[in-house]
Design a protein around this ligand. Structure first.
Ligand code: SAH
Length: 338
């Protein structure tokens, strides 16, 4: 049996067509699930009894569970337990422009970025699409409000779980689903080039963010093992193809690690690398973690780096810091409660 929250409307249409029914039934099901928050298939009153019976045999509406919620200022961290007992986290952020959720895409992560806490536990498995959709549904229910935007920047590398991520995006973006606008959805990748290319062919206007963190192979290679497979030139070439194809601006994430990648030399290399590209750089103040030997760049070093980029015509912002005190910040999410 399959969990119904992992089905896009198109998949449900095919399901109904295959049983000789009209495909608009899929829209009715979506409306029950995502408009009326009705999760009991028996109560889908505009669907005939024999179809309901069949659906019962084919689908579950089981939910993952909220195990714990930690509340900070403008931020809440949710620890979820999957049906098989695995645990992941998601974070709710209250911006002045709306509510945003950062979801996890995998249990653990295999990318091994040296500075990131989430990667300390190797990948156990991918999350299914329904497990990602339900992170949003449960958070909405918990706070009693609608989520405005979603970033796929929690635990895991989304492009290492591509098909489930795309399904998740289609479900939350669907006008009959959660109707979260594509421009309010951002996928962040450490740079898996074949998937960046695949993503550029997608019929959705979703935002793409690249975790670059180093403008030369020397610097990036030291902190991101993925650079051995897709180095700086290769990944930037893929981003250029993506921009050429989609005409969309890409976010370049750059975590500021004291004396590792935050020197003026690094700013110079970065400005040179990105010159003329339709990108904006998001400088991320490093969130120090318990176990790892990196430290946060000082405000002065961040400002100097920022100023250099601005002066050299690169769009740049500094990411607002969220959730440090409850270990809910970027790179601090783990699969287990601690
Ligand atoms: N795997 C994806 C998404 C998860 S991480 C990716 O690599 O993009 C989301 C962002 O937080 C990434 O840019 C990541 O490099 C960054 N990050 C990881 N650890 C961090 C830390 N301790 N402080 C600040 N940012 C961190």
């Amino acid at each position: 049996m399959k969990n119904i929250f992992g089905y896009t409307r198109e998949m449900l249409e095919n399901y109904f067509i295959n049983m000789g029914e009209k495909k608009y039934k899929a829209t009715q099901v979506f409306e029950w699930l995502y408009r009326h928050n009705e999760y009991d298939i028996n109560k889908f009153s505009n669907i005939k009894k024999d179809i309901i019976d069949k659906m019962f045999g084919d689908f579950t509406t089981d939910f993952i569970k909220i195990e714990k919620v930690l509340e900070g200022v403008d931020v809440k961290k949710f620890l979820f337990r999957m049906l098989d007992g695995e645990k992941i986290e998601a974070v709710l952020m209250e911006h002045n422009y709306g509510l945003s959720v950062c979801v996890s895409s995998q249990v653990g992560c295999n990318m091994g970025c040296r500075f990131c806490e989430s990667g300390r536990l190797k990948k156990v498995r991918n999350l299914e699409a329904y497990e990602i959709v339900e992170q949003i549904l449960l958070i909405q229910k918990y706070i009693g409000k609608r989520i405005d935007s979603v970033v796929i920047m929690g635990i895991g590398e989304p492009f290492d779980n591509y098909d489930n991520i795309i399904r998740f995006i289609r479900i939350i973006n669907d006008a009959k689903g959660l109707a979260i606008g594509a421009r309010h959805i951002t996928v962040s990748t450490c740079g898996l080039v074949p998937k960046i290319d695949e993503f550029s062919n997608l019929d959705l206007q979703v935002n793409l963010a690249l975790s670059l963190h180093g403008a030369t192979d020397e610097v990036r290679g030291r902190i991101m093992p993925v650079n051995k497979v897709y180095n700086v030139d290769t990944v930037i070439a893929a981003i250029k193809r993506y921009i050429a194809k989609t005409n969309r601006r890409v976010t370049i994430e750059y975590v500021m690690l004291n004396m590792v990648n935050d020197n003026l030399e690094d700013a110079k290399s970065l400005a040179k690398l990105l010159k003329g590209m339709n990108v904006y750089v998001n400088l991320i103040p490093y969130n120090e973690t318990r176990n790892i030997d990196f430290s946060k760049s000082s405000k002065e070093r961040i400002n100097k780096f920022y100023d250099y980029l601005i002066k050299n015509g690169i769009n740049v912002t500094v990411r607002r810091e969220f959730g440090g005190n409850i270990k809910a910040a970027c790179g601090q999410l783990r699969s287990e409660s601690d």
